[in-house]
Write a protein that binds this ligand. Structure first.
Ligand SMILES: CC(C)(COP(=O)(O)OP(=O)(O)OC[C@H]1O[C@@H](n2cnc3c(N)ncnc32)[C@H](O)[C@@H]1OP(=O)(O)O)[C@@H](O)C(=O)NCCC(=O)NCCS
Length: 199
């Protein structure tokens, strides 16, 4: 198992892992008719916008995990409006077809994903991290977080945030161990933050 910077040939693997970890950390394959929808929402845009802020974990079976991030969530949302959502909105017209989850994803494509304005000043970066079961529990998650934190600090980014479902207790425990703290909670889950201005 090795950790590498993202290369364009990793993109299909990112989409696979995104789907296979998309149900509160578990395999979401059965929930979607279209296997690409989750990747469109949570994986593909990040390395397309800023490939130097994405990493993959690979072994001889291919991509087994990834971390994707943006340094500036407000600028990223504006970039998505211009470069990411328009093609997808054309490809997936409303009201959409498929399962309930397909329809929810298609409606998100049309609504867009507004940045979390309350934390943008102090924690402008955000990330998504997902590892397949075979890559979990051996320190790869921590190494991925170390990689993004090092890169964001080098860019002078003051902080990092992310959202996690309350039911994803394993991920919440992980984020706590690697230095995130809870900023707020709502029905959608927790907003976690990490201050990058202190060592
Ligand atoms: C959550 C996830 C990224 C953690 O990565 P990982 O490689 O398994 O975690 P690591 O082995 O690097 O563990 C780092 C620390 O977190 C702790 N940890 C990791 N998973 C944990 C769990 N499920 N329960 C309790 N602690 C956990 C480890 O014990 C370790 O603590 P230590 O370093 O203080 O000993 C990974 O399990 C995963 O991708 N899960 C499925 C997808 C998912 O839920 N993604 C998050 C969506 S918000």
């Amino acid at each position: 198992m090795e950790l590498r910077r993202f290369a364009r040939c990793d993109l299909p693997g990112l989409y696979r892992v995104c789907l296979r970890t998309g149900a509160v950390g578990q395999d979401a394959t059965d929930r979607y008719t279209d296997p690409d929808l989750l990747g469109h929402l949570y994986a593909g845009a990040y390395p397309t916008a800023d490939p130097a802020l994405s990493w993959v974990v690979r072994d001889d079976r291919g991509v087994a995990g990834y971390l994707v991030a943006t340094a500036d969530s407000a600028a990223f949302a504006a970039w998505q409006e211009e470069h990411w959502w328009p093609e997808l909105r054309e490809r997936y017209p409303l009201p959409g077809t498929g399962t309930e989850d397909d329809l929810r994803a298609i409606s998100t494509i049309h609504a867009g994903q507004p940045p979390r304005t309350a934390v943008l000043d102090r924690y402008p970066a955000h990330l998504h991290i997902d590892l397949l079961p075979r890559a979990q529990g051996s320190g790869m998650g921590r190494r991925l977080i170390d990689a993004v934190v090092t890169e964001l600090r080098a860019r002078g980014v003051p902080g990092l945030h992310l959202g996690v479902a309350e039911a994803n207790t394993g991920a919440i425990a992980f984020y706590d161990r690697v230095g995130f703290s809870t900023e707020s909670r709502d029905d959608a889950g927790r907003l976690l933050v990490m201050d990058l201005t202190t060592a």
